[in-house]
Design a binder for this molecule. Structure first.
Ligand code: PRT
Ligand code: ZN
Length: 211
């Protein structure tokens, strides 16, 4: 019996995910372009996937657990358990408008067009604030939308803020704070749960050692 973990194939969370496993004393054969590998000293099978697909794989039980941004878990609305925050991949999902725009409160978004790759989270935020606005879902280069007349505001991930700055935008609302999390399938078999507990114990020890 092996525990199957999904991690990002390439991108911002890939290196830190591998590093975390290493720090937990888990060695994996990480061949270039490999989509699947195994740990040599822990009953762990590793799948390399696009981050957007990870919640679905976990819900379906194709993977037992996975490392993915909390932002992706919330957006995809899949039935998974967030079992541990991992302390890397920190960012926020924020509303931004052009620098020249007078912005005083969330009410200023009323009846505006908002471009985002996170329509579900944005819709929830607007509802919570009693705002009705038009959401334009786009899959990338969201920051360009106001400049080309596609939207009045955007909602995108921000870490340093330099991308917003370089595109003449300013951050006006934090919609969500996010970081990488360990997510798990709702119906793990007892043996898999034991392996997850073992892994979690090591992750918590690694986190404690860093504090
Ligand atoms: O290929 P795949 O689909 O797997 O990857 P991806 O391109 O969809 O995701 P990727 O690798 O960009 O991000 C993976 C996860 O990293 C995200 O889901 C977040 O949880 C987390 N993360 C942390 C970030 C950022 N920081 C971040 N800054 N994801 C994206 N960004 C982008 C943001 O979209 C914007 O374009 O970086 C730009 C802003 O950065 P700053 O530093 O200029 O503010
Ligand atoms: Zn993605």
């Amino acid at each position: 019996m092996k525990l199957k973990i999904a991690i990002q194939k390439s991108g911002r969370l890939h290196d830190d995910s591998i590093k975390l496993l290493k720090e937990c004393g888990i060695d994996i054969n990480n061949g270039v372009n490999k989509l699947k590998t195994e740990a040599t000293n822990f009953p762990l099978e590793v799948f390399f996937l696009r981050d957007d697909d990870i919640p679905q794989y976990i819900e379906d039980g194709v993977a037992d657990i996975g490392i993915v941004g909390e932002n992706v878990v919330l957006e995809k609305q899949k039935q998974v358990n967030i079992v541990q925050k991992l302390g890397f991949g920190k960012c926020r999902l924020s509303m931004a408008v052009e620098k020249s725009v007078d912005y005083t409160s969330v009410k200023d978004l009323h009846n505006k067009r908002i471009a985002t790759s996170y329509p579900v989270i944005v819709e929830e935020f607007l509802q919570r604030n009693g705002i009705s606005a038009e959401i334009h879902e786009i899959s990338g280069s969201v920051e360009i939308a106001p400049g080309i007349g596609l939207a009045d505001a955007i909602c995108d991930l921000v870490s340093s803020g330099s991308t917003l700055f370089m595109n003449g935008l300013k951050e006006v609302e934090t919609v969500l704070k996010s970081e990488a999390v360990l997510a798990a399938c709702h119906n793990l078999k007892p043996e898999q749960q034991l392996l997850l507990d073992k892994l979690l114990f090591r992750i918590q020890a690694v986190k404690k050692a860093k504090n």
